[in-house]
Design a protein around this ligand. Structure first.
Ligand SMILES: [Zn+2]
Length: 423
């Protein structure tokens, strides 16, 4: 397969809201880098495109056309670059990965280094690790201290394990009660919150918790034990879990696939917010695999944040199309409508190291290639192991996402959910 190289300059997104092009100096100001004759996509709706950029001390201090920038800024050391029409955009933020956690288990310094270079080369600057245990936590802390952390990592600490034992959720009990969120924007390692597993995920983790039962056919075919799927916490348990983490200043990221799980977590977030806005807490819901219209309305009123799956090879999902009722099909397609509804929504890919990257195979769902996810979000098409392109089933393509919206989900919306402190 032909290799694709993307030129991508990645920079910190949080400075964008403060950019105002200003050009009125008499002598050029000395900066560290100038890139000109390029296509700069800012993801800022008011100032979407520029041609040249000036950077000093890691901060963007000028944007404009090539002539303006060269007139107002200069560099020493030949660090003014003519990019000949190449594109510059903000660094990509993945809202849901298990990349760093999977590297921890490999444990080889060289692999860890190269894997981070691979992620950076693909355009990622920040990963949200949605399940970090104690060992991974200490390792990431050390990596930051030794300067071996190249990516920014937002770690969501595991609150409970992703399975039930004797119908009980298995809690992770070793987190210190004095642990506080780590949110500083200039840190590579941050702790915005906790990850809570609320329902199943097909197979041995149990099944998504639904408000209508699975059919007899599904129960037999998939070996389902609880006909309504598996909910790991009841409403009052979840209310007190979310409320106490909220009070300690943590965001919560909740695995919720079935609509009964979504209902329970929306209620718990409402309880914890207690009339305040989610703009401060930034509680977020992962997967949203079956979401109802009334829940979208409630999510809008709470201003919750939602993950949307990127590239996903839905062409093999005929089995689901045949088994799901029209109502279930509509609920599972609703997940793609979330950004269009005006909800904060971010890219979710779920990639790890061992399964995330295969030089010649683009077909895998949990894929490290962000532009494959962009293509998936916009077209819902998929590519198989042989390189054949598949058009999606009609029931999957109801809600289209524009390229602009998908790019927002991959950058500024990922930044929104980060809740880093700038001060
Ligand atoms: Zn995951």
């Amino acid at each position: 397969m032909k290799k694709h190289y993307f030129f991508l300059l990645v920079f910190t997104l949080f400075i964008f809201p403060f950019i105002v092009p200003v050009f009125s100096q008499t002598s050029p100001q000395l900066v560290d880098y100038i890139f000109c004759k390029c296509n700069i996509i800012t993801i800022d709706e008011l100032n979407p495109l520029f041609e040249a950029i000036a950077i000093k001390d890691g901060i963007i201090i000028g944007l404009g056309d090539t002539e303006e920038i060269l007139e107002n800024f200069a560099t020493e050391n030949e660090t003014t670059y003519d990019l000949d029409g190449r594109t510059i955009m903000p660094g990509i933020i993945d809202g849901h990965t298990h990349y760093m956690a999977s590297l921890f288990w490999i444990g080889e310094t060289e692999t860890i280094y190269e894997a981070q270079i691979l992620a950076l080369a693909n355009g990622y600057t920040t990963l949200n690790e949605k399940s970090i245990d104690m060992g991974e936590f200490q390792w990431l802390q050390e990596a930051e201290q030794n300067n071996t952390l190249r990516l920014r990592v937002n770690a969501f600490l595991i609150y409970n394990y992703a399975w039930l034992e004797n119908n009980e959720s298995v809690l992770v009990e070793h987190w210190s009660p004095d642990l506080e969120p780590l949110l500083e924007h200039d840190r590579k390692f941050r702790i915005p919150g906790f990850k809570i597993y609320l329902d199943g995920a097909y197979g041995n983790r149990g099944f998504p918790a639904m408000s209508d039962p699975y059919t007899q056919e599904m129960i037999e075919l998939w070996g389902i034990i609880n006909p309504y799927g598996d909910l790991y916490f009841n409403q009052s348990e979840l209310n007190s879990v979310v409320d106490s983490l909220h009070d300690r200043g943590f965001s919560i990221a909740v695995h919720a696939m079935g609509d009964r799980a979504t209902e329970t977590i929306l209620n718990a977030i409402e309880y914890a917010l207690n009339g305040t806005d989610n703009d401060n807490a930034r509680h977020q819901i992962e997967h949203n695999s079956f979401i109802r219209e009334d829940q979208i309305t409630k999510a809008l009123s709470l201003n919750t944040i939602h993950s949307v799956r990127g590239y996903f090879p839905t062409y093999w999902q005929q089995e689901y199309a045949d088994l799901y009722s029209a109502v279930w099909q509509e609920r599972t397609v609703n997940r793609y409508s979330l950004p269009g509804e005006g909800l904060h929504s971010y890219l979710e890919t779920d990639f790890g190291f061992l399964h995330g990257y295969d030089e010649d195979n683009w077909s895998k769902s949990a894929n490290i290639r962000p532009f494959l996810h962009l293509w998936g979000l916009v077209t819902r098409k998929a590519i198989d192991e042989n390189g054949t392109i598949h058009t999606p089933n009609p029931w999957v393509v109801e809600h289209e996402i524009s390229v602009e919206m998908a790019l927002r989900m991959m950058t500024i919306e990922g930044r929104w959910k980060d809740r880093v402190s700038v001060g």
